[in-house]
Design a protein around this ligand. Structure first.
Ligand SMILES: Nc1ncnc2c1ncn2[C@@H]1O[C@H](COP(=O)(O)OP(=O)(O)OP(=O)(O)O)[C@@H](O)[C@H]1O
Ligand SMILES: [Mg+2]
Length: 982
């Protein structure tokens, strides 16, 4: 189809060919960029055009803030007489983008003005034929389906970017190009920055709409980091899918999405200045290069090897390794040759005889192109090349001398600037490689206009800066955007600043940016943190470092998150003591705990240190919901480590906070507080107390109100309450009610649709089926956990499920496999520092040994279980430990030897089990003990009738669950014996 040449929306007509806006017979004055914005919107009517898409369409290779866009839209509204509050043409969709709401009619013919501007002519490339050919070969191989990674390396200014640009210009046709830039300023603080930029830009291109579909399907963990690409509903759906994901999953998803994407179109991914990349990006690069599957992918990365080595950057080792395996090629750019330099001079100075000059310039610059360009500029600016050179004489330029290094040369150029321009550049070097003149003005505490004029003048003369369009930092304000022509200029300027000046500028820039970003500040946390850190403003730096850590955690980039948290903790030392500081430290320690726990497991000493300090901080704190959730997280840590006393104290503190909020009418924390209160009570065998807590939690839970908690804090209070309530009910002698509760838990997990919740419900369902003696069902539930746990890295739940699955296998006759599986799961728990549940897990191992007729092994497990129970106070399964010990001793006795002594001990164990179960009100365990006594009564003379009476009484106390294994066995035993003899 031919593109439209005009669009009409009464009373206006947009001429796309001549780039004009008409109202009837009047041509309205409209500038180029506002025209492009309007043309894009009007040619994509009646749908949300996200900011990102609009920006990419209008400024295809420039980074432009949303502020600028807002400025243009305001300008357009004035022109069209539109009203933002009741839009007839351009509707603002809050925080997302714009929608063109007027009826439009497009006419055909001519070309469309909203097509992305054509790239400028490629730079005249000197030398580099071999490198261009090498890249072309790699591209051909990539197009044929073999993935390629090429690293273009060399010192600053050697021409890496120029080579890549020239290559792209020559080969762009029919190729998808995604480009991402690492930013020196943020360094490794911002996980996946260049990749997100590259994919985000690609996804915004109208001809690349499939990118979003592919990300949705294959890489939802990436999609949630690119909110501009999708609508709210899709974003929410993706968020739900990615809960509890891992860094491995992000890597895998990226690699897979790239493979799918490149199946249809070859892709060229350019990542610039990797010496400043975050570590997570390096991992992706390495994963991309190592995978074996076909991908029509060429990755070109650029970096400065010396900077990499100096910083101890992980990329150096990755590249060494990839090179050794033949999985990447390095193109180390050599300096330009003398003849290249001569050719450059000939092009710049066509009128001059240059023989001497060319040689001298090559010698002085050692063939570094940036140096060459600067030197010529410098001489020209001083008029040293305009003098005709009489035959044989040295040119005036050479007489004036050549600075030793590029830096010195740049410094000399800077020294020649007028002081106001210098001051503007100084401040700009603090803002970043691209900046708004408004930020510079704020840093200098001057008005925007004169500062902008100074930047504009420099850009016009091609000195240090280039213009990058407009910025609208605040309603009604317009400023220019500029970019340093080369990173080295910014570096030289920045390093020349005195420490105090630099700090002062950073602080002011930070404050200005904080205001300019407004409620989106958290998305720029790494940048803001840097300004306040360098600006000697620890409280603000800490606040933004924490936000940066949260961003990294969301991306599962725990290395980056840990680094941010540790920096924040170090800075916290400079913040005066007080409740606010302590709350901040608590949040940081909790975040550190999560990061370390994820990368090292519960058992690592660092994890324990982080939580111990968090606990100490939290002890005397009263605070808001955030504190309550931090305490609940802390609770979970100590609970899993079976530190029930500490856990109880924390739970009580959460209750106090929740109650205080409830008294003020805010009841949302109550279910969280009550559900966690029940857990240590259950573990320590206070069945009634635990039950009361769970019922209270369930009574105040409201699905719509609380459903978000599962995603936010990894824990839904009703699910926790239902699952543990079911366990308590079974122990207390209600096997049917336990089953009903666990079914409710499963149904709730389905509704929540959060992977961790689903796996959690299945683990507890397996628990209940194990206790009800339903081995096959238990196995099925445990099996359902495995894929979820493997995908999302739920190590704890996987080990839990392993214990139940092992028991189920043993109960179904596969004793060896069952025992092996339980042992493996217990080892995983031990390695992960999980202590809670150990007595009951070991009891299941002992029971599997009983099935296998391996009493010694079983008794050893029980010994450990009893010690664990005594050590931690986890007593809810204590009766079962004594019972199993009795059963195993009977089994041992059957083998002969000290038979009667063993039988006496065995019986004593069963009686002890009975006593403990009665004291605790654990009727299901009481039933098992009574059943054991009745079974073995025949072995000891004259005790059978009493044992059966006892069993009958216990059975009579049950009013449900008659289909469960224990009650079926008890009734069979009683039915088989004549009751009159008792
Ligand atoms: N082969 C070349 N032919 C002509 N000019 C070149 C060439 N290579 C580089 N230049 C000039 O040198 C300048 C610096 O080069 P470029 O920005 O590509 O360096 P770089 O290696 O990417 O540096 P950095 O490591 O700082 O990113 C360019 O702006 C260009 O003017
Ligand atoms: Mg470069």
């Amino acid at each position: 189809m031919q593109p439209a040449s005009f669009v009409e929306f009464a009373p206006f007509r947009l001429d796309l060919v001549n780039q004009e806006l008409w109202r009837g017979a009047d041509r309205l004055p409209i500038r180029g960029k506002p025209f492009a914005v309007l043309a894009y919107l009007a040619t994509h009517p009646a749908r949300l055009v996200p900011h990102e898409e609009l920006v990419r369409a209008v400024w295809p290779d420039t980074h432009v803030g949303e502020g600028l866009l807002r400025g243009y839209v305001r300008e357009l509204r004035t022109l069209l007489g539109d009203d933002a509050a009741a839009p007839r043409f351009i509707e603002t969709v809050a925080r997302r983008g714009y929608r063109f709401v007027a009826e439009t009619r497009a006419g055909v013919g001519g070309t469309s003005a909203c097509a992305p501007p054509v790239e400028g002519p490629p730079p005249d490339l000197l030398g580099r034929d071999a490198e261009m050919e090498a890249l072309a070969r790699r591209l051909a191989a990539a197009k044929a389906g073999t993935r390629q990674l090429v690293l273009v390396t060399g010192e600053a200014g050697i021409g890496k970017t120029t080579l890549v640009d020239a290559f792209l210009a020559a080969h762009a046709r029919g190729l998808r190009i995604a480009r991402g830039q690492c930013v020196e300023h943020f360094g490794p603080g911002e996980a996946y920055l260049p990749l997100l930029e590259a994919v985000g830009r690609l996804g915004c291109l109208p001809e690349c709409r499939d990118v979003v579909a592919i990300l949705t399907r294959h890489a939802p963990t990436w999609l949630v980091e690119l909110p501009a690409l999708v609508g709210d509903a899709d974003l929410e759906a993706a968020r739900r899918r990615v809960h509890g994901t891992t860094r491995d999953r992000m890597l895998r998803e990226f690699a897979e999405a790239i493979e799918v994407l490149t199946a249809a179109h070859p892709l060229l991914l350019v990542l610039e200045d990797l010496q400043w990349s975050d570590h997570a990006t390096c991992d992706v690069l390495s994963a991309l290069a190592r995978r074996r599957g076909p991908a029509r992918l060429l990755v070109i990365g650029t970096y400065r090897p010396a900077d990499l080595a100096a910083a101890g950057h992980p990329l150096a080792a990755i590249v060494r390794d990839l090179r050794a395996r033949g999985q990447c090629e390095e193109l180390a750019l050599p300096p330009l040759g003398a003849e290249d330099v001569a050719a450059y001079l000939a092009a710049r100075l066509p009128e001059k005889p240059l023989a001497d000059l060319g040689r001298a310039v090559h010698e002085a610059t050692e063939g570094n192109p940036l140096f060459v360009v600067n030197l010529v500029d410098y001489w020209m600016s001083r008029g040293l090349l305009s003098e005709p050179t009489p035959g044989g004489a040295r040119p005036a330029a050479l007489e004036a001398g050549v600075p030793d290094t590029l830096r010195q040369l740049i410094e000399r150029q800077l020294d020649r600037l007028d002081p106001d321009a210098r001051r503007a550049l100084d401040a700009a070097s603090v803002v970043g490689s691209e900046f708004s003149s408004a930020a510079v003005a704020a840093a200098l505490e001057e008005a925007v206009e004169p500062v902008d004029e100074r930047c504009e003048a420099l850009a016009e003369r091609g000195l240090f800066l280039r213009a990058r369009g407009l910025d609208a930092p605040a309603p009604g304000a317009v400023a220019g955007r500029y970019e340093f022509l080369h990173a080295l200029y910014r570096q030289v300027l920045y390093r020349r600043l005195s420490a105090t000046r630099r700090a002062r500028l950073h602080q002011r820039v930070g404050l200005w940016l904080e205001r300019a970003y407004g409620e989106l500040a958290h998305e720029h946390a790494a940048e803001l943190a840097l300004h306040f850190e360098e600006g000697c403003d620890p409280p603000r730096a800490v606040q933004h470092l924490y936000a940066a850590a949260r961003n990294a955690m969301r991306r599962h980039a725990y290395h980056e998150a840990t680094a941010s948290v540790e920096r924040a903790l170090a800075l916290l030392g400079k913040v005066g003591d007080g409740p606010e500081r302590r709350e901040r430290e608590l949040a940081l320690r909790m975040a550190l705990g999560t990061c370390l726990l994820t990368t090292r497991g519960y058992a690592a000493p660092d994890v324990q240190r982080a939580y111990a300090r968090a606990h100490e901080l939290s002890r005397h704190m009263d605070g808001g919901p955030e504190l309550a959730f931090a305490l609940a997280g802390l609770f979970r840590f100590f609970f899993v480590r079976a530190e029930f006393k500490l856990a109880s104290e924390l739970a009580e503190q959460v209750v106090r906070i929740a109650d205080a909020f409830a008294a003020a009418g805010e009841r949302s924390l109550l279910p969280v507080a009550h559900s966690i209160c029940g857990l240590p009570l259950l573990a320590t065998a206070d069945l009634a107390g635990a039950r009361a807590c769970f019922e209270r939690a369930l009574a105040v839970y409201d699905f719509e109100e609380h459903r978000g908690l599962a995603l936010l804090h990894g824990d839904d209070p009703a699910l926790t309450a239902l699952a543990f309530h079911a366990v308590g009910l079974w122990i207390a002698g209600y096997p049917a009610r336990a089953l009903a509760r666990i079914r409710e838990a499963q149904a709730l997990a389905e509704r929540l649709a959060v992977p961790y919740s689903l796996a959690f419900a299945q683990v507890f369902a397996a628990w209940i089926h194990v206790r009800r003696g339903e081995a096959a069902r238990a196995e099925a539930c445990a099996d359902a956990v495995a894929p979820l746990a493997a995908e999302h890295g739920f190590h704890f739940l996987l080990a839990e499920a392993g214990v139940f699955r092992g028991w189920a296998l043993a109960a179904q006759g596969r004793v060896e496999a069952g025992i092996a599986q339980i042992r493996e799961a217990l080892a995983a728990h031990r390695a992960g520092g999980v202590v809670m549940g150990r007595p009951s897990h070991l009891a299941l191992l002992a029971e599997a040994c009983l099935f296998a007729r391996e009493p010694e092994e079983g008794l050893a497990a029980l010994q450990e279980a009893l010690e664990a129970a005594a050590g931690t106070g986890e007593r809810s399964y204590e009766a079962e430990l004594h019972r199993l010990k009795g059963e195993l001793l009977y089994q041992l006795a059957e083998r002969g030897g000290r038979r009667s002594a063993l039988e006496v001990e065995a019986r004593a164990c069963l009686e002890q089990a009975l006593g403990v179960a009665r004291r605790q009100g654990a009727r299901s365990l009481e039933l098992r003990a009574a059943l054991g006594l009745a079974r073995h009564a025949g072995a000891t003379r004259g005790e059978a009738p009493a044992a059966r009476r006892l069993l009958r009484d216990v059975v009579a106390s049950f009013d449900e669950g008659f289909d469960t294994a224990d009650l079926v066995a008890a009734r069979a035993l009683l039915d088989a014996a004549p009751s009159q003899s008792e």
